[in-house]
Design a protein. Sequence first.
Length: 281
Amino acid sequence: MRSTPYPVDLDRYFARIGYAGSRSPDLMTLGRIVARHAASIPFEAIDVLLGRPIELSPAAIDAKLIDRRRGGYCFEQNSMLQRVLCALGYRVEPLMARVLWMRKPDAPPPAWSHMALRVFVEGVGYLADVGFGSCVPTAPLLFDRTTPQPTPHEPFRLSRTFEGYLLEAQLGRDWLPVYEVSPMICGEEAYRTANIVTSTHPQSLFRQNLLVALTTEEARKVLFGNRLTIRNRNGTVTRQDLDAPTIQHALTGVFGLAFQDDWRRIITRIGSGAETTIAIP
């Protein structure tokens, strides 16, 4: 997350996401990489639930997400994508956003705590984000277009606000706010501080709940607490409450994570009903 990001091993990264296409820094390549990343590297913050620090050094991120085939949350996923895109020749600017997804309309404004990217293709800026979890955009989105923009999943739209741009997703007939993103380039120190707060504050979502998400070509798959929700592209939705053994099966079979023994105390607690869950659209 430096102004000149550390390089990444592109061959290892592309093998991780199952991408074998063009490496030209154009819009088609960008879209395919975003879609393959979202379908291959789960959003998860299991280490936060275990009380472990989230290390944002490039070496730590690559070892976790590529070598150990783990997932991560926004600071890990999007900082790695930033380095990948820079290595391919894109101009990339790191941005900060505040999450509005599933917040009550009358709730106070949240903190700026989400990392996103502005990627330029032939001088035109696009929003790229592979680290938002349950409603991650699966295609680059034009910043200066207010009309709905299609993706392989839901349509999204960006509209100007006093402080930046409001990202919304269309679910059925409703447009739901996802986050507000600032157009100002964000520095490394701001990300470091936001990461510490997000991973350690007692009220952080990730300190209180198990959240794992993966968006494949066929469906969005979300595990929140013990509730597994699968929303297919055709609009059908299935929800299932899981016990500890089926949570473990979902982590490995649905999300492709290599199960670790120290996760058992988390899934035992959640699978026993000791944790509450909320419905995710």
